[in-house]
Design a protein around this ligand. Structure first.
Ligand SMILES: Nc1ncnc2c1ncn2[C@@H]1O[C@H](COP(=O)(O)OP(=O)(O)OP(=O)(O)O)[C@@H](O)[C@H]1O
Ligand SMILES: [Mg+2]
Length: 147
C-alpha cells in the first residue's frame, strides 16, 4: 500500500508533463516557423529528438519507482530488526548452573492424585543446548513434564 501511495502518482505525472511539453513545443514551433525564425525541417528534427528523449525519461521514472520499492522493503526489514521478542526473562531470572551434558528421564512415573498416573514410564533425553518441542493434547502432561 505504501509503495503504491508513493509511486502511483509517477505515471500520471509523467503523462501530464509530456502532454504539456508536446503542446508547448508545437505551439512555439508553429510560431517560430510562421515568423521565419526556424525552418520546418529543423523543427521536425527537434520534435523527433524530443520523442526519442521520452523513453529514457520514462525509464528514469521506472528506476525511481524501483528505488522507492527498495526503501519500502528496507523499511519492512528494519521493522523486523526492531521487533522485541514476546518471550522475555522474568524480573530476576535464575541461571541454570551445573548442567554440563544432558537431562535424562528414565522410566519416570508421576501422579498428583493416587492411582491417577499422569506420566507413565517416560523416557526422554535432552542434550545441553538442544531445543525440544513437546506436543500433545490438553491435559496430556506437558506442563507436568517441564515442571
Ligand atoms: N496440581 C495438580 N493437581 C492434580 N492434578 C493435576 C495438577 N496439575 C495437573 N494435573 C493433571 O495432570 C494432567 C496433566 O496436566 P498438565 O497440566 O501437565 O497437562 P498439559 O499437557 O500441560 O495440558 P495443557 O496443554 O492444557 O497445558 C491433567 O489431567 C491435569 O488435570
Ligand atoms: Mg500446560
Amino acid at each position: 500500500m505504501s509503495l503504491y501511495k508513493r509511486s502511483g502518482w509517477m505515471s500520471p505525472l509523467m503523462y501530464l508533463i509530456a502532454s504539456f511539453g508536446i503542446a508547448t513545443v508545437l505551439g512555439v514551433g508553429t510560431y517560430l516557423i510562421n515568423s521565419g525564425k526556424m525552418t520546418a525541417g529543423s523543427f521536425a528534427s527537434f520534435v523527433t529528438s524530443l520523442l526519442l528523449l521520452y523513453k529514457p525519461v520514462k525509464t528514469l521514472g521506472n528506476t525511481l519507482t524501483g528505488i522507492q520499492n527498495i526503501f519500502v522493503a528496507m523499511g519492512r526489514v528494519f521493522e523486523l530488526f526492531d521487533l522485541k521478542p514476546e518471550i522475555t526473562d522474568c524480573g530476576n531470572p535464575i541461571e541454570l548452573k551445573g548442567l554440563n551434558n544432558k537431562i535424562e528421564f528414565k522410566n519416570v512415573n508421576f501422579e498428583y492424585i493416587e492411582n491417577h498416573p499422569v506420566l507413565k514410564d517416560l523416557n526422554l533425553t535432552v542434550a545441553k543446548n538442544e531445543t525440544l518441542a513437546v506436543v500433545g493434547n490438553s491435559g496430556g502432561g506437558k506442563s507436568t513434564l517441564v515442571n
